[in-house]
Design a protein around this ligand. Structure first.
Ligand SMILES: [Zn+2]
Ligand SMILES: [Zn+2]
Length: 209
């Protein structure tokens, strides 16, 4: 017994601890490489080395989990991830439903940026423009803000570049319904007014019939 032991009183009464490595055999680099079987660290079953996928980062060149356990894990992971993806989608769908105008503004800016337009207004600028906008300024249709589902209809709002500039600013856009935008097409606003005037001049009388 160690004479300098601080716990002389108790120290003498207990058995000396068993060395942690007593009776254990340790693999040497050589017999690791030539292993014919291995214990799976998940199912704890000793299986032939063929039952373990190759893995060059392990000393014995094989995975620590047997093929069966790895298959189970990846299936489980996939299942969990599908759940996670569904959950994330549900959350963002809900957010879009609750924030239809923000969704519309974000998508509109994104789409125009993607199409290569030079944009000098932020999503927040656009949100400020549309925040109290209820109807189309041309035809008075009540806007269907449609929280950004892929399907749009004629009553959904759209961003019109009034004079078809490639540069989009706060001052050269108008938010009009899809139907009006489809009618105006790439006419400048002036051309559009002349077009309407023309239609009225030629066919306005028909309104009385
Ligand atoms: Zn296993
Ligand atoms: Zn309209």
């Amino acid at each position: 017994m160690d004479n300098d032991c601080m716990n002389k009183k108790t120290c003498g009464d207990i058995n000396p601890p068993t060395p942690w490595n007593k009776g254990k055999t340790f693999p040497t680099p050589d017999n690791i490489k030539n292993r014919s079987e291995k214990k799976c660290s998940q199912c704890k079953i000793i299986k032939p080395i063929k039952s373990f996928h190759k893995n060059s980062t392990q000393p014995d060149g094989h995975h620590n989990l047997c093929m069966g356990c790895r298959a189970i894990n990846s299936k489980e992971h996939l299942k969990n991830d599908i759940k996670g993806r569904k959950y994330r989608n549900q959350l963002s769908n809900k957010w879009r439903q609750n924030n239809p105008r923000k969704t519309w503004a974000t998508r509109t800016i994104g789409r125009h940026r993607h199409a290569g337009f030079n944009i000098s207004l932020t999503t927040q600028d656009l949100i400020n423009i549309i925040k109290d906008l209820e109807t189309c300024p041309i035809c008075n249709t009540i806007f269907d803000w449609n929280y950004g589902k892929l399907k749009t209809n004629g009553n959904c709002p759209s961003l019109d570049r009034m004079n078809n500039e490639h540069h989009i600013t706060k001052d050269n856009i108008m938010i009009i319904c899809h139907k009006c935008n489809a009618t105006k097409q790439d006419r400048t606003f002036k051309e559009f007014i002349l077009y309407c005037k023309n239609v009225y001049k030629k066919f306005g009388d028909n309104l009385n019939e």
